[in-house]
Write a protein that binds this ligand. Structure first.
Ligand code: SF4
Length: 240
């Protein structure tokens, strides 16, 4: 997995942003997280070695914008160039996760049509309000691979109206990290898993979060163990 951070900085827009990891990291270095800046790795996918080969080899998956949002307003002036870089590297896979799916069409390349084969755009929904706001938009967009990310999951979420449409490839669920993390109740995770099974949608439990509730007990799980503990639950489902 390769991280491609095109720009840094973001503005909080919904409940899921409350304890944003990027804000926590920036506060350590007294950086203003609301200042959105292009990073030095903006053109990383097209950087070449002396022998003319790309530094990032063919076949890699690049996870974009992990300290910002690909569709944030402040990056509108840079997005066209970002799409051009993505278009040039059709031998790579790009994974974009957003809370601003309503801005999808801004700066979209003319040759996008029904989507680039190598680009997955995932929509984050942390609670029912976000699901009902973003998913009706998401379902109607021309994106080849659609993934719903419920992270940090904040409550039980009914995804049935959206899964039943038949265009969602996978749902990923995870709890919140950090010591101020809100609770991730395992029953919410299992409930979404049941919904996915009912509609033949792949399901992945990515991480437990720091405050993980199972039955009546809350477990405090350190960052380094949150993914492995989720894997140990062994509840992922794949219909491929
Ligand atoms: S959209 Fe993502 S990066 Fe931006 S503030 Fe919210 S959680 Fe942080």
């Amino acid at each position: 997995m390769v991280r491609w951070n095109l720009w840094h900085g973001c503005r909080k827009i919904s409940d899921g942003c409350k304890n944003c990891y990027m804000y926590r990291q920036d506060s350590v270095f007294e950086r203003d997280s609301t200042e959105i800046k292009k990073t030095l790795s903006f053109d990383a996918p097209i950087k070449k070695r002396r022998n003319g080969e790309y530094k990032i080899p063919s076949g890699e998956t690049l996870y974009t914008c992990f300290t910002s949002d690909f569709f944030i307003e402040e990056a509108d002036a840079w997005r066209e160039e970002a799409w051009e870089i993505i278009r040039k590297r059709q031998d790579l896979k790009f994974f974009i996760i957003t809370k601003r799916i309503e801005r999808f069409y801004i700066s979209l390349p003319e040759d996008w049509k029904d989507g680039y084969d190598n680009v997955c755009i995932a929509c984050t929904v942390e609670n029912q309000k976000a699901a009902d706001l973003r998913l009706p938009i998401y379902l109607n967009l021309p994106i080849k691979r659609k993934i719903i990310i419920c992270e940090p999951i904040l409550e039980q979420i009914n995804l049935i109206p959206y899964l039943s449409a038949g265009s969602i490839y996978e749902v990923v669920v995870g709890g919140e990290s950090g010591e101020k993390a809100r609770i991730c109740d395992y029953s919410w995770v299992l409930n979404i898993r049941d919904q996915c099974i009912e509609y033949n949608v792949n399901f992945r439990f990515k991480q437990t979060g720091y405050n993980f509730k199972k039955g009546n007990t809350i477990y405090r799980i350190l960052r380094k163990s949150q993914e492995s503990q989720a894997q140990k639950a062994n509840i992922d489902v794949c219909f491929d």
